[in-house]
Structure formats: C-alpha cells, structure tokens
Design a protein around this ligand. Structure first.
Ligand code: M6R
Length: 608
C-alpha cells in the first residue's frame, strides 16, 4: 500500500503541484497522510501533514514548492498512527537525506536499536525512518558515497520495500530501490518519473520501464540507470509503450471512480472477449492435465476464484480448491510438480498472493495467473498469464475487475468443458455465443437498476446490518455483493449460503431487517423461494436480484433488482453482481461517504 512518486526534470517549475497531481492518481493506495520532499537552493524541503490530499492541500500552499526534483508519498498507516510526524518523507538527523517508502521493513527494530546506540534521534514511530539514518551513518560517519550507501542499506533491509531517496548531497538525482513492492519508471523528453503505479504519470507519458525485485535505479533528468543491487550488474531494459490512455485514469464526468468503473463494464468485458489470448488454451491444457489444482486470491478476487473452483469441478471433472492466499500455509504439504496454482488478482501486487505463489513455485508447481495489471509482480512469477484487460481501476472497491476475473474463470471453464467432453461442440458454441452477449446484458442491467438501487439505498443507508443470501454459483455473487456493501457503506453485511441461513444467522432477523437474495431462475430458484419465505416469516425485508418476469419471486420482493432473461444457467455470476454494485455505491453516497476511498482500506495490499 502507500503511493510513492518522484519527478526529476530539466526546468525549475512549481513541482509541488505536479507531485500532488500524481499523488492524487495514487490516492487509492492510501490516504492517511501526504508528504513531499523537494530540493530547492540545494536544500531538502519537507512539506507534510496528516489527512487526505484534498484536506492537506487546503492547509498548505503547494504552489510554493518549487524546484527541479521532488518525491511525494500518500500513506496507508502500518507503523504508528496517521499523524504528521509519521507522514513520509522521513529524514536523517541533519535533514539532508529524505526517504519515502512503500512496504514494511521487518527488521526495523534491531536496526533502530543499532542507530539509537550510534546517537541518531527519531521523530516518528515508522519503520521507514531508519532508512535515512542508516544512509546518514554510512555517508557521514564512514565517508561512503551516497549511491553506494543506499545500496548497502537496502541490502540490509528485510521485508518489502520500494523506496525513493533525494538528498542535497546529490541534488539532481533520485535514487530508488525495490523488493516485493511495485515501482515503475515513466520517461518523458525533459523529465523522468518514478511511481508505485502507472496512473501516477499516465497523463504525462505512456513510455514505461517496469522494475524488478532487488533493482536499484538512478534517475536524472537525462535518463535512468538500473543495476542489480546484489550483484552490481548493470541491467539494460528498454521502455515499452503502455496501451492505457490518460482518460482511463480520470472520472470522465462521473462523480466517483467507482460509478465510472461500474459503467465501464460493458466495454471492459467486450475488450476481454475481443482480445484472443494464446495463454487461454495453454492454461486450460495444464489445468486439465494437473493432478492437483488450487486457485489463490484475496478479497473480491477470491470470490471470482470460487466461480473458477465451481467451473473447474463441473467442466474438467477435477477436484480443485479456491484458497484464500493468506491461508496458503494449509496446503503447502500438497504442493509439488503435479500441482497447478491459479492466482487471480487485479493489481498483481497483493502480498499474500505473491508470497504464496513464490513458495508454490519453489515446490515445483506451475503458476498460471489471471491478472489485470500488465507486468505486475504476479505476472512475472507466472508461467502463463491470462490478462483481464479491464484497464486501470482506481476505486478501492473492485467492480469492473471482478466481472473481468469472473469472465476469465468462465473462459477457462468452457475450454475445460470442451477438453473433457463435458460439453459437446454445439453446447460449446452456444455458450460462446452467450459470451459475446454479456457486454450488452451488463449494459442493460446497469440501466435498468441504477434508479431502483438509488431508491432502495435511501432505506438501506439507515440500517446497521444485513444478510446477503445465494445458492450454488450465486453464493459468490452474494459474497461479493456483501463485501461491496460493507467496505464502502460500513453497514455490516454478511453473506451466507441461503440454505445454511436457517442454521444460525436467522436468529438475528427481526422486523424490517434487510436480506438481499440473489435468486436467478435456475435450478436454485425453488429452494431460494423457500429461503425467502423463511426470512420473510421472521419480518425480513426482501430485496431480490431476480430474472425479469419471474412472477413467483417478484411477489416475495419488497424491492426487486432485475437482470434480463436468458442467463439463468450460464454466466449468471456476471450480470447478477451488477445491481449489487450499484446498490452498495448509492448506499455509500446516501450516507455521504466517498465510495472511492473507504476508511482503513487500500486498493493494493502489499503487506502480509
Ligand atoms: O489486487 P487484488 O485483486 O489482488 O486485490 C485483492 C483484494 O485486496 C481486493 O479485491 C479487495 O478485496 C477489494 N477492496 C475489494 O473491493
């Protein structure tokens, strides 16, 4: 988590403004505090404070921050609360060396102890602050050159880091290093950028260099030099041009990124369908021939892997399990060369997933991933990658990437069905035809439900707790719908298998208690009707996501959310989530909350 950015340019400008513009595009990574270190008149100037960017920039005049070089940080607090003191950048005792950091230095206590004994004094509770002091110790007390000192320091760090260092000792350079936290370089004719993520500089350049673990970079306004910080070998890596467009990382007239991204789904799904990926068949083949199959993911991505698990069992007729990445430990004894691991991730940077696949790879497993961000860490550890092609997602709550992950699971599932003979050629072709229709159905579903969801939201916003119930494949839809509601509206929302709800949760139901049912007209429909009746008999208010024209279900609903006909068996998990995305969005808005930046969350979770 945390967003970091650095700029080094030939001309002196109001660089504070450019840093803040870039940080704003990274705010989805953390918004506890903001800080900038700039160099002006050969001095390091630190400007930082607690709060979101919009709050901090009301208190400080960023136009006053001038220069050719600056680094900036937006924080997601790990060590120490979100205070001004704990905000990055952090400096050494003299204030000449300044550091921003994304990640966690695991051995910081021992290193801090050493520095305290050497006479250094600390201003914050962060793990990061040891880094400028360690550099200072080498440069000032041991007479080592700045670059060499930074390299020696990063070699001693345990844990994860992407750091940027500026110093008045070499006022025309930014030094960066990374291990397990993302860092990319952006190249322009007269300036260079470094950042946690491409959207930070996408409006300035699409020329990008991706950095790998244990690399050290020297950035000047003229160019970049990459070395392996363990071997000191120089690395030649040419930039590539990313296909993302700047407007993809802007709100395009929508009040929030989340709503924009909900509306982008017809296009993002169409892109996924349109782009034929050779990896698809290779992945299906490897899964089909594997002895053991595990899907790994966190959060929303985990719910998409539950669809994958269901489809692999159904179509490949193979036993497989979707495991939450942070629970990977429980399956390590099963991993070997006959194992396929399928990690699914939007960012490709989720640390729980990265650590799990690294270990699985060491044990001989094949890593076949489905990831949105091209070149991200997970893709680099993968044998094959199925890209989601959803474009940049800024809202912390995943929406378009969930449907992209889910369609990827269906894509793999259908290929497996063909391989195993579970579906014959005509069924396969019919399913593929349905596939093509998904973007249109999603569009119709958004149009049909937005006003309805907004209306229901005015009632939902007053509630403290709710259930989301589903069966079969759409238990995942209930899970994802409940996650959306809780993470952006802070209403406790618990998903449960509808049939299981009578074994305990029903005890909580009272008059006017919200229960959201996902009830397509498929083989689960009749049983769902019983579950709806059970809940209503205890006073529950039923909000039902149902198929258009399903009269029996409609009669039970206080409020209906509708999906067009024809998707009852195949691909339901995609259109059925749409009404629940808009319901969560409007509930948060009704509560005057910003759905893009829910409290305590970060879009990219790079800590364990
Ligand atoms: O980048 P990833 O897909 O690996 O992220 C996984 C989760 O952190 C993410 O899905 C999270 O649960 C979202 N906030 C959900 O909206």
């Amino acid at each position: 988590m945390c967003g970091i950015v650095g700029i080094v340019q030939q001309q002196e400008t109001k660089i504070g403004k450019t840093i803040i513009e870039a940080l704003t595009k990274l705010e989805y990574r953390g918004y506890d505090s903001v800080g900038i270190a700039s160099i002006f008149d050969n001095k390091v100037l630190i400007t930082k404070d607690q709060g979101k960017i919009s709050e901090v920039t009301e208190r400080i005049d960023i136009n006053k921050i001038k220069g050719k070089i600056a680094i900036g940080h937006t924080r997601w607090a790990t060590h120490g609360p979100p205070t001004k003191e704990n905000a990055h950048p952090h400096t050494d005792c003299s204030g000449e060396i300044s550091v921003i950091h994304n990640g966690i230095v695991e051995n910081f206590r021992a290193l801090k102890e050493e520095l305290l004994n050497q006479g250094h004094s600390f201003q914050s509770e962060t793990d990061t602050e040891i880094i400028p002091h360690m550099i200072e110790q080498l440069v000032k007390k041991e007479d080592i050159l700045l670059k060499e000192a930074i390299i020696q320091v990063v070699r001693r760090l345990e844990g994860t880091f992407a750091i940027c260092v500026v110093s008045s000792l070499e006022p025309d350079k930014i030094f960066c290093a990374k291990r397990d936290s993302p860092l990319v370089i952006g190249i322009n004719s007269d300036r260079m950028f470094c950042a946690s993520d491409i959207p930070a500089f996408l409006d300035k350049t699409r020329k990008v260099v991706l950095l790998h673990d244990d690399e050290f970079v020297t950035l000047s306004s003229e160019g970049y030099e990459i070395i392996d910080f363990n071997t000191m070998v120089k690395i030649q890596r040419k930039p590539h041009i990313v296909s993302w467009k700047p407007e993809m990382a802007q709100k395009a007239g929508f009040p929030h990124f989340m709503l924009k991204e909900i509306h982008e789904q017809p296009n993002s799904l169409a892109d996924y369908i349109r782009i034929k990926q050779p990896a698809l068949n290779k992945i299906a083949d490897k899964i089909y021939n594997a002895e053991k199959i595990f899907l790994l993911a966190a959060g929303t991505a985990h719910y998409s892997t539950l669809t994958g698990e269901h489809l692999i069992r159904k179509y490949a007729k193979k036993s497989c399990s979707a495991i939450i990445s942070s629970e990977y430990e429980s399956i390590t004894s099963l991993i070997d060369e006959d194992t396929v691991i399928l990690p699914v991730s939007q960012s490709g940077e989720t640390m729980d997933t990265i650590m799990a696949i690294k270990n699985a790879k060491e044990l001989g497993a094949s890593i076949l991933s489905a990831v949105n961000v091209i070149g991200s860490t997970i893709t680099r550890h993968s044998d094959e990658v199925l890209y989601l092609y959803a474009g940049p997602e800024i809202g912390v709550a995943a929406t378009k990437t969930y449907t992209a992950q889910t369609i990827a699971m269906w894509d793999i599932g259908l290929e497996l069905g063909k391989l195993s003979g579970e579906i014959d050629n005509s069924e396969y072709l019919a399913a593929r035809k349905l596939f093509q229709e998904i973007p249109t159905v999603v569009k119709q579903t958004i149009v049909r439900n937005e006003a309805r969801a907004n209306h229901i939201a005015s009632w939902f916003a007053k509630k403290n707790s709710s259930f989301y119930l589903g069966r079969g494949l759409n238990l995942q839809t209930a899970n994802e719908g409940a996650l959306k509601m809780k993470e952006i509206s802070y209403i406790h929302s618990e998903a449960y298998p509808a049939g299981e709800s009578k074994h305990g949760p029903i005890a909580l139901v009272e008059e006017d208690y919200p229960v959201v049912f996902v009830a397509p007209k498929d083989q689960t429909n009749k049983k769902m009707i019983s579950n709806i009746m059970e809940m209503k008999a205890r006073g529950a208010t039923a909000i039902i996501v149902m198929e258009e024209g399903d009269k029996e279900i409609e009669e039970l609903a206080k409020w209906k959310l509708e999906v067009p006909k024809g998707y009852s068996e195949m691909l339901t998990t995609i259109p059925y989530i749409i009404p629940l995305q808009v319901l969560a969005y409007y509930t948060a808005v009704r509560k005057n909350l910003n759905p893009d930046y829910p409290k305590n969350l970060s879009k990219v979770v790079t800590v364990l």
